[in-house]
Every structure is written in C-alpha cells, then in structure tokens.
Design a binder for this molecule. Sequence first.
Ligand code: SF4
Ligand code: MG
Length: 337
Amino acid sequence: MALKLTDLKTEVHNDWCPGCGDFGIEASLKMALTEMPVDINKVALFSGIGCSSKLVHFTNASGIHTLHGRVLGYAQGAKLANPDLEVIAVGGDGDGLGIGVGHFVHAGRRNIDMAYIIHDNGVYGLTKGQAAPTLHLGMQTKSLPEPNINSNIDPITLALASGFTFIARSYAYNTRHLKEMIKKAVAHKGFALIDALQPCPTYNDINTKEWYGGEDRIDPATKRPMPRTYDLESTGYNGRVTANMSDDDVGKNLLQVIEKSREWGDKIPIGVFYQNETVPIYEERINERTPTYLKEPPARQQLAKNDGKSVVNLDNLSRGLLFESLVLAQYPGSRSR
Ligand code: SF4
Ligand code: MG
C-alpha cells in the first residue's frame, strides 16, 4: 500500500525556527517517499549534527542521528552491511563539507548506491551562525564581526571531482522541484548528491527567501520579482553520460557541469547537473571479489546460534592473540623477567 504523508509524521516537537528552509527539505523528502515504490521498512535515514540533522527525529522511518561530520561513515556502513536498504543521508553544509569533507570525497570514489542531501545555508545555524564552507568570500552574514575571508567550497564541482555519479541542486522552497530531485537521486544507481539551497532566516540575512525569490529585482515589464533560481533542464541542458558516448563528449559533459556550477548571484541553476550510470557501484565491485556478498551480505548472516553463542569460532583467533604467541614467542628471554 502506498505511503501517506501522515504515515511519516512523528510526535517529536519540531524546534526549527519559523521560516527555516529545513521545513521545505523535510516536506520534499516526505512527499518523495510517498510517491516512490519504496518499502518504508527498508528506508534508513542518517543525519550528522546541526539543525538539519534533526530531520531524522521528525520522520517516521528508521533513522540514526550520528556524529558531527560522520554521517557518511555510518550511512555507507549500513548500506554495505545491508544492500537492500534504501539509505538516505542528510546533513548541513558545515557538517558535510567542513569536518566531514574527507568522508564526502571518499564516498564519491566508492559510488555506493545511496543518496545524500546537503542542507546548504552557508552558516552553522545550530551554533549561532558562524561561516560554513559554502559561504562565499567577502560575505558578512549577521553573526560575523568581519566579512568572510575564506573562499567557498562548491558542492557541485567537489562532487564531480570526487566521483559522485549523480549531482543535482535544488531549492528548499521549491518543494515540487526538490521532491523530483530526491526521487531521481534515490532511483539513481550510484552515489547521488543533492545540494539543497535553503534560507536560514535566523543567521543568514543575505541569502534569504526574498533574495532567492528575486524580490529586489523587479521585472520592468511584468512588475513582478525575477527569481534567481532557474530550472537547468528547461534550457535544454542535459548532464547525462551514457555508455555509447565518445571520450570527447564525456569531456564536454564534464566541462558543462563546471561551467554551470560557476553561475551564482543573479542566475542560479537548479536541476540535475550530472548523471552517469556507467560506473559500477561499490556493491558490485565487492561482489566481484567476494561472490557471496550480494546474496549473503553481513546483515543476512547468522551471528548467533539458538543458544545465543556466536556462530563464529574465535578459538583459533584468541589463541593467536595470546600474549605467549605474540610476544613471548618472539622474545623468549622475556619469560624469565
Ligand atoms: Fe533553520 Fe537557521 Fe533556525 Fe537552524 S538557526 S533552525 S538553520 S533558521
Ligand atoms: Mg549550514
């Protein structure tokens, strides 16, 4: 039976600030889950630390609120232990691209079949609005005593360089668009990233809902605001890499991702920047080496007998680890001391 939005509701008190983009991301994720053929018992949500990472408490699915910057470590481990799970990781830009950036880069190299949504608001909201890695050089949001003197990390180009095989961007208040991106990310075979732009009305007073909506840019003809975000696909852009493409065409495809990712300010593209399903997923690479892996992944292996004892006989291992075996055998003289 198809999931309903009410099935995903929890009774946990939501303490996000009014108007926070996190609400849009939560709503989009829930709408996407109700529109996909997923078994909610197989959905596993993982989050890092930050305002955004409370999302797992507000969604009635299995979830783990992990450690700062470690969401991808947990999420990848769960997926590899049980490839049947539909693993979705969420976290902030500070979490994923600051302390967690090493996990981000190496996740790209592996190409595990899962999705990761970065809540990108340019600040560390939970800790009072310090500059996060996506805040642009020279910006001074309201918690900063001086303008930011660091250049920003662009999640799109970093994901491309790291090997992510699905890279998209969306906007938290465009829930219809974000929902579609989430559905595509989950359906993608490989590691999928969504850079979800989101206002933080409490600490980022520059990239606000009004700013994204272009309320400072009134079209002289229509007298209406000109939104800054625009849909990439509506311009004919196609970021898909296919098996029969020449190396030259693949190269051109990569270049257009970089070109589009550099657009910022008055024109901000949203949509699928890049998709490549020709790269084998990590699970298949493991299975090539260990052909029983996909049939009997760790989560399906028996750990204990009916009497509760481990099915693994550790006797030989324990014997090998005895002090005598490891140390005394090498240094027989030490026995007498
Ligand atoms: Fe949202 Fe910012 Fe409030 Fe955190 S501090 S809940 S990111 S508005
Ligand atoms: Mg943030």
